[in-house]
Design a protein around this ligand. Structure first.
Ligand SMILES: Nc1nc2c(ncn2[C@@H]2O[C@H](COP(=O)(O)OP(=O)(O)OP(=O)(O)O)[C@@H](O)[C@H]2O)c(=O)[nH]1
Ligand SMILES: [Mg+2]
Length: 185
């Protein structure tokens, strides 16, 4: 390991990676985080405030903030932007009719926010366990990417990613954590 790598690792260690979980209500944010923590996901209620969870992955400490997504509390999201390194934007694959609303909120409340400039964005297409036809996952991913207009909104392609996950079964979540912990901060 070179000196630079060691310094970089130390830097991440000291600061921790701060991850803000956002997205429309009912998309599955809390379920995803509980699954990562190995907690019971069967009795989750809508998040009214926020919750902070800290854990390590690949030797890196992650500080994950779970914020409620209901319309009335979206105006408070800005209170949590400080020092954010990564935004997890959760999309519900079972409610694709809400994709346009998801696009508008992502654009207005995240991408256009000066205080979130330069943060990494990872879009999680959640609830894939309930997609009967798994061969449609590729086209669902394309639809989400196109509707959220990510290529045009964030031209630096190393700054964002889209991944298929299930907060219920845990599928795909390790890959998400790998992506987060392997970025340059
Ligand atoms: N089938 C399936 N259902 C899921 C999955 N993740 C979440 N759900 C269900 O979706 C509903 C909403 O989940 P939550 O985790 O509370 O969603 P949230 O995004 O935290 O909602 P707010 O806190 O209101 O913003 C619950 O009924 C969950 O059981 C998943 O991966 N698969
Ligand atoms: Mg929640």
């Amino acid at each position: 390991m070179g000196l630079l790598t060691i310094i970089k690792k130390q830097k991440i260690k000291d600061n921790e990676i701060r991850v803000l979980t956002l997205g429309l209500d009912n998309s599955g944010k809390t379920t995803i985080i509980k699954n990562i923590l190995g907690e019971d996901t069967s009795t989750i209620s809508p998040t009214m405030g926020f919750q902070i969870n800290t854990f390590t992955h690949n030797g890196v400490t992650l500080n994950v903030w779970d914020i409620g997504g209901q319309t009335t509390i979206r105006s408070f999201w800005g209170n949590y932007f400080e020092k954010t390194n990564v935004v997890l934007w959760v999309v519900d694959t079972l409610s694709l009719e809400r994709l346009k609303e998801s696009y508008e909120e992502l654009r207005e409340k995240v991408i256009l926010q000066d205080r979130l400039e330069g943060v990494y964005l990872i879009v999680l297409i959640n609830k894939i366990d309930s997609v009967a036809d798994r061969s449609s996952l590729g086209s669902i991913k394309n639809t989400v990417e196109k509707t959220l207009d990510l290529k045009a909104q964030i031209p630096q392609t190393d700054k964002w990613d889209v991944q298929l996950v299930s907060g219920k079964t845990g599928e795909g979540l390790d890959g998400v954590l790998d992506w987060i912990t392997s970025r340059e901060y």
